[in-house]
Write a protein of this length. Structure first.
Length: 390
């Protein structure tokens, strides 16, 4: 019988063979040890995500509860509360506004790469992808640069899991608490200060006009620290790794950087940085001839949906010319990712600037390390070497 353990390090290394067995042998799977259900086929994932009145986000979207669930953020609410919160947030991330960020992202990317240019070595995560999205988000929020390092540490700790342990590590809990204290202080300081153009100012205006309350504001700030950081970092790293594993494809991207966008979309399908999110059933519901009881946790396996041969031809082939945004790497339905335009922009520019510096590169696979997380998939360290000073 197929076993799927989202906390096992072996699953994190390569979940795809297990996903195939789940889709074929147990399309509605129950894990007895941790007591959750899982759907793995593309169409089932979409139908669960669509049916928010039965598959609710309001009890959290982690398989395990999180201590910050007290904040009603947009991800962990259902309509009508979700509709109100999503509206305020969607004003922050309009695609047109995102396009204005191109220069900020490019300049920040170049300054991160500068110190590596002459060495011929870069850790894709520690030196670059692990910093770029967070730096951009911190500048968008209006946080001072001297706080960058500790915000990054707190969020990194909060997504790390330990083998066989369900839930956060002690460092993760401390990271969330510290981030919460930090954001409380930001709100207190900004309520006394004059407002500017940044995201915190936008939220303070909504708070002061009564459109959102204090807890909502905290929810946005906590969420943005994660949303803007981990997932995009992992996407960039996974794209660079997959391109290296496919040398001809890498060469075509180096020859024609316009192909980078296709490589990013294909990475979101083939090796998505978000592997699963959970829902909680509001009533008993039947799927594949079995009944999921009320109040049960259901994992939606985004990473599996992208490899479903009921949906995609040759799903295990990394093909950047599929030219398809028809994946659910950014979710689907009313919770679909609001940051997708920003994530796409940052990833494209990050890879353009990286490849200008490296040309062909090698991955030091023996020293690459993946992050251990039940839902985020990607590297914590990905050392690359390239011809220095080219
Ligand atoms: C590669 C990068 C990213 C990936 C793969 C990703 C993936 C996702 C996914 C799968 C969801 C759906 C969650 C669910 O259905 O439970 C989601 C929602 C969301 N994402 Fe992203 N995300 C990324 C980057 C970002 C960025 C940069 C931001 C913010 C700047 C962001 C903000 C959000 C928000 C606010 C939601 C919740 C929307 C709602 O609940 O209505 N994401 N994202």
């Amino acid at each position: 019988m197929v076993e799927f353990d989202p906390y096992s390090y072996a699953t994190h290394e390569n979940p795809y063979p297990i996903y195939r067995r789940l889709r074929d042998e147990a399309p509605l799977y129950h894990n007895d040890q941790y007591d959750f259900w899982a759907v793995s086929r593309f169409d089932d994932c979409k139908s669960v995500l669509k049916n928010f009145s039965v598959f609710s986000s309001a009890k959290g979207i982690e398989l395990q509860g999180r201590p910050d669930a007290a904040y009603f953020d947009v991800m962990t609410t259902d309509p009508p509360n979700h509709t109100r919160l999503r509206h305020v947030m969607s004003e922050l991330f309009q695609p047109a506004k995102m396009a204005e960020l191109e220069q900020l992202i490019r300049t920040t990317a170049r300054s991160l790469l500068a110190s590596c240019r002459e060495t011929g070595r870069i850790d894709m995560i520690a030196d670059y992808a692990g910093r770029l999205p967070m730096l951009i988000m911190c500048r968008l929020l209006g946080y001072p640069p001297e706080d960058d390092a500790r915000i990054m540490q707190w969020t990194n700790d909060a997504v790390h899991t330990e083998e066989g342990v369900q839930g956060l590590t002690a460092a993760g809990i401390e990271g969330l608490i510290n981030l919460g204290k930090y954001n409380e202080a930001v709100i207190a300081a900004r309520s006394q200060a004059s407002l500017s153009e940044d995201l915190v100012s936008h939220l303070m205006t909504a708070l002061q006009s009564g459109r959102i309350n204090h807890l909502d504001t905290m929810g946005y700030l906590q969420l943005l620290a994660f949303a803007g950081h981990e997932t995009t970092t992992k996407l960039m790293g996974n794209a660079v790794f997959q391109l290296w594993k496919h040398p001809e494809t890498l060469q075509s991207v180096l020859d024609d950087p316009a192909l980078i966008s296709g490589a990013i979309e294909e990475t979101l399908r083939y090796d998505s940085s978000v592997q699963l999110q959970a829902r909680t059933t509001t009533r008993a519901v039947e799927m594949h001839g079995r009944v999921i009881p009320e109040g049960a946790k259901v994992a939606v396996l985004f990473g599996s949906a992208g490899r479903d041969d009921r949906k995609y031809e040759r799903p295990d082939v990394f093909d950047i010319k599929r030219n398809s945004r028809d994946h659910i790497g950014f979710g689907y339905g009313l919770h679909s990712c609001l940051g997708a335009p920003l994530a796409r922009l940052e990833s494209r520019i990050a890879l353009e600037e990286l490849f200008k510096m490296t040309g062909r590169y090698e991955v030091d696979q023996a020293n690459a390390r993946i992050v251990h997380s039940a839902n985020v998939h990607g590297f914590q360290s990905l050392p690359l070497s390239f011809k220095a000073g080219a």
